[in-house]
Design a protein around this ligand. Sequence first.
Ligand SMILES: Cc1cc2nc3c(=O)[nH]c(=O)nc-3n(C[C@H](O)[C@H](O)[C@H](O)COP(=O)(O)OP(=O)(O)OC[C@H]3O[C@@H](n4cnc5c(N)ncnc54)[C@H](O)[C@@H]3O)c2cc1C
Length: 287
Amino acid sequence: MRPARFELHRPTSLEDALAFKAVYGDESTFHAGGTELLVALKARVLHYDHVIDLKQVPELRRIHLREDGTLVIGALSTHHAIARDPLVQRLLPGYAELSDNVANIRVRVAGTLGGVLCFAEPHADAPTMLCALDARMALASHGSARTLPSRDFHLGEFTTAREENEILVAIEVPPQPPGARSAYRCFGHTERPAVGVAAVWSREGPQRLSLWAGAITGVPIPLPETQAAANALPADLPPTEIWNRLAPVLAAEAARIPAHDDLHGGADYKRHLVQVLAQRAIEACLT
Ligand SMILES: Cc1cc2nc3c(=O)[nH]c(=O)nc-3n(C[C@H](O)[C@H](O)[C@H](O)COP(=O)(O)OP(=O)(O)OC[C@H]3O[C@@H](n4cnc5c(N)ncnc54)[C@H](O)[C@@H]3O)c2cc1C
């Protein structure tokens, strides 16, 4: 089915894009890669009289490093561009690897990071990793701007803290602790992950594990008991012993995740996947 008629606007600056939104309000929406939006428009699940295409706004596609070491990823960066970016590959190889495995090549070259975050379909990869990395979301509306932590951006299935008139401008990943390594592991029967687990582990100086599970509930969730157990481990333990000590803590914690049965699998199956994938992600950080 074709989408209902709409007027397409193609601003070339962020200010112009926000100005269009201020004029057309609820009758308009933003378009990035269109991999989710166009499907919904064609199915006539959504209808807008005005579509504001953000692809001609150069600053939304930029990936750069700030002086304080924050990696800034423009929200219109595609998964493919992120996977190939030298800065991401050098600073966050685990995130580059994740981006290289999203969906299929057609989705990766068109779909953007901002699109997957704003659409908020829970069976996605990047939100889990960005929470584990303590990333922040930079949002702008006509005349104002704000940032908020990734963990506060995701509110539920297809729901985020982004106001209707706001553009997600960039995703800001702070410098990670010294020696930190990150890894993401996921599994699913469909094109999207049934469960994904992200780990960021620093073993230089004070030990710090950031461990998050995604897709299993409406928003990515932290695993604080396993994190605390990891942070209390002696620094010189070999990797196999580390896992022996963390496994029972994680098993107890995973058993309480409020998962539900759906087409991606049964709740118990998904809780089991959390344990398997967490072990793989943690081992990838340690080797
Ligand atoms: C077949 C298929 C398989 C997939 N598999 C996976 C997978 O394995 N893992 C995974 O993580 N994801 C997967 N996805 C999701 C994919 O990552 C997203 O479809 C894609 O990233 C969305 O980006 P987009 O630029 O196309 O968004 P669009 O479709 O253009 O936009 C989506 C929504 O976000 C809004 N929006 C977009 N950008 C902004 C912005 N900067 N500011 C404000 N609002 C904005 C739009 O208004 C729209 O409501 C899959 C998708 C498909 C179609």
